[in-house]
Ligand binder design. Structure first.
Ligand code: ATP
Ligand code: MG
Length: 266
């Protein structure tokens, strides 16, 4: 079983060879795709006149402030627009892709954060109303397993249900990590718009889970969440997490062969 997350950052710039790679892998191995799409959510929200706000947690993790309207837009764009564009791209070449969200069959459940601790502009801690984000609390793998057993390729958008069945924004990287862990995937691959984790202008090719945790405070927004999600995937039992570019030729083969990417394992 392999789980691949398509970063929203690279959806418009994926190397075309990836389609045939996915096709080939899907014929031989079980595979689940998860996607992001933060920029698309922001641009659609802006078009709808809903300005997006971002907050930073004391540990330096940035996230979208998701009020009720933003949660609606997030659900619409992720599950409606982005998910279907990916599914179309895959079925066009005969891949048995099926788009679902974390809502379908309770695949992703999360605990809603009713209060959030954030850092204000002066770097002081502040507590604010939580909105509609959550920490994933359980993954029901039954639908995903039924689909992959039937040789379908599920494409999952990162939306979870709260205790009270509200739609929650759960980050794509972390959704992919939890899905990979709960499916007991051997590998999780995060395809994004850069080669991997860069520190001091150098690509970090190998990292252990503990090193990843140590480096976290030094890593900029976007990549910090991927590194956090990678540690979560490893802690959930995934053997190897790879962060790599979706823009290069044969991106999945590059990731699998550890070419020009960041590999996190124990
Ligand atoms: N130390 C770092 N090394 C590499 N990239 C970094 C670093 N710090 C910040 N980044 C940024 O992280 C970005 C990748 O994360 P980003 O969230 O933008 O993309 P994504 O996760 O692929 O897309 P989405 O969040 O929509 O799914 C890179 O484009 C880069 O600008
Ligand atoms: Mg991201």
């Amino acid at each position: 079983m392999i789980v691949i997350k398509f970063g929203g950052s690279v959806l418009n710039a994926l190397h075309p060879s990836i389609i045939e790679e996915i096709h080939q892998i899907s014929l031989n191995e079980k595979m689940v795709l998860v996607h992001g799409g933060g920029n698309e959510v922001t641009s659609m929200a802006t078009r709808l006149g809903k300005e997006q706000k971002f907050i930073v947690s004391p540990s330096g993790i940035r996230s979208r402030y998701t009020d009720k309207e933003t949660a609606e837009i997030y659900t619409m764009v992720m599950s409606g627009k982005i998910n279907k564009i990916i599914v179309r791209m895959l079925v066009e070449v005969g891949i048995r892709a099926v788009g679902i969200s974390g809502i379908d069959n309770n695949t992703l459940r999360a605990k809603r954060k009713t209060k959030l601790t954030i850092l204000n502009e002066k770097g002081r801690k502040m507590i604010i109303e939580g909105g509609y984000t959550g920490k994933i609390s359980s993954v029901d793998t039954s639908l995903l397993n039924t689909l992959t057993d039937g040789r379908y390729v599920p494409v999952v958008s990162p939306i979870a249900l709260s205790e009270n069945y509200e739609f929650l924004n759960v980050d794509g990287d972390r959704a992919a990590a939890y899905i990979a862990g709960n499916l007991k995937a051997d590998k999780a691959i995060f395809l994004t718009n850069v080669n991997g984790l860069q520190l001091d202008d150098k690509l970090i090719e190998k990292l252990t889970c503990n090193q990843a945790k140590e480096y976290l405070p030094k890593i900029g927004f976007g990549m910090e969440k991927k590194i956090l999600a990678s540690t979560e995937a490893l802690m959930l039992g995934v053997k190897e997490v790879i962060i790599s570019s979706g823009k290069v030729s044969n991106p999945i083969a590059c990731a699998m062969n550890h070419v020009n990417c960041t590999v996190i394992s124990n």
